[in-house]
Design a protein around this ligand. Structure first.
Ligand code: TXA
Ligand code: MG
Length: 330
């Protein structure tokens, strides 16, 4: 394995897919594109591989992982789908939706990957490279975003290399991802619950359900006790530079993360300016979000001032990630 040496980046072709599947079978770690963000994959049934995955990311071990499978039938081998879960899977898979479901009786996903919960998070990604790797490997693959814990999620192979070179075996380069924020997570509990807003807008899910998704309890969003989505630590998507939300003007030494055609006071004094979508398109903004945060984080600004982003469509996921990025971490 390549751990300890520098990690190769291979363009996504048949040879790279075969090599990725081989590494997975040997307990290795590979980064690959999904339609949402790049994932860091390991064999979901191999506790040793999963332990290495947590170590490579520097991730707290209580944070459970998403098991990626090739299709609905493969999902049914690891989890139990009731009528609601089946309807959501049929409407949105493959795609940016993760379902938290009761584990099946002989669920092969290691307890280490589910943090000892009796539920498992399952998703069928839509990206052709992810699908090819899942097909070639033939089993569930756990894959958190392929970044160091606490950093922003990677949307290009270069982002992955920046965080994880020398710590993982292979990076499969499928170009920039097209969604740009992680999957939406729905807990299929008595009442379906929105555990994490993400790449599939809430309204589309509610249309299929014919009812509103319930919200997690207020206190589920911290790292004390037993939160419903333990991964949703208050500061999870974090550049090192301080982030200031809802900026209507620029203060001395700040960089600006803009949105839409409007301008803010003092923009000419900004240390750097990037616009998530000058025409105000939320899908374009989601695709640019993590890359722009990374770039602005390198400018030595006193803070990153972020203009308000509307809350509809993918705006809910964008604002969720921005709020996490803005949590004071010291
Ligand atoms: O788009 C995505 O979902 C990406 C790509 C790579 O597929 N993956 C991703 O994984 O974002 P990660 O590990 O960064 O986020 C997994 C989330 C965490 O918030 C975790 O707490 C939650 O899923 N999760 C996993 N299993 C769970 C469970 N059994 N119950 C509740 N939440 C769970
Ligand atoms: Mg992540």
């Amino acid at each position: 394995m390549n751990v300890g040496l520098t990690t190769p980046i291979l363009p996504a072709n048949e040879a790279a897919v075969a090599s990725a599947a081989r590494y997975l079978a040997q307990g290795g770690l590979i980064a690959f594109p999904t339609e949402t963000v790049y994932g860091l994959g390991a064999d979901a049934a191999n506790p040793g591989a999963i332990a290495r995955l947590y170590a490579a990311k520097g991730r707290p071990a209580f944070n459970p992982l998403i098991a990626h499978v090739g299709d609905f039938a493969a999902g049914q081998k690891i989890a139990r789908f009731d009528a609601t879960a089946t309807a959501l899977a049929q409407a949105f898979w493959p795609g940016p939706l993760t379902l938290v479901l009761p584990k099946s009786q002989n669920c092969p996903v290691a307890d280490l990957a589910t943090a000892g919960l009796d539920t498992v998070a399952v998703r069928v990604p839509a990206h052709p490279v992810a699908r090819a790797i899942l097909r070639a490997f033939g089993g569930p693959v756990v894959a958190p975003s392929a970044n160091l814990s606490g950093h922003v999620s990677p949307t290009t192979a270069e982002h992955v290399h920046h965080d994880l070179a020398g710590l993982i075996d292979l990076i499969v380069d499928g170009g920039a991802v097209n969604v740009g924020v992680e999957s939406t997570i729905v807990g299929c509990f008595e009442a379906p619950m929105l555990l994490r807003p993400g790449g599939l807008p809430r309204a589309e899910i509610e249309r299929v359900l014919g009812r509103a998704l319930v919200q997690p309890p207020e206190d589920a969003d911290n790292d004390s006790g037993q939160p419903l989505a333990p991964g949703m630590l208050a500061s999870h998507y974090a550049p090192r530079t301080r982030v200031r939300l809802n900026a209507r003007g620029i203060e001395a030494g700040e960089a600006l993360l803009a949105f839409g055609p409007g301008v803010v006071d003092g923009v000419e004094t900004a240390n750097a300016v990037m616009n998530l979508s000058p025409r105000g398109d939320l899908n374009e903004a989601a695709a640019n979000l993590f890359g722009y945060l990374r770039t602005l984080d390198t400018r030595g600004a006193r803070a990153i001032a972020v203009m308000p982003v509307p809350h509809h469509g993918l705006g809910e996921a964008i604002n969720d990630r921005l709020r996490r990025a803005a949590v004071d971490r010291d």
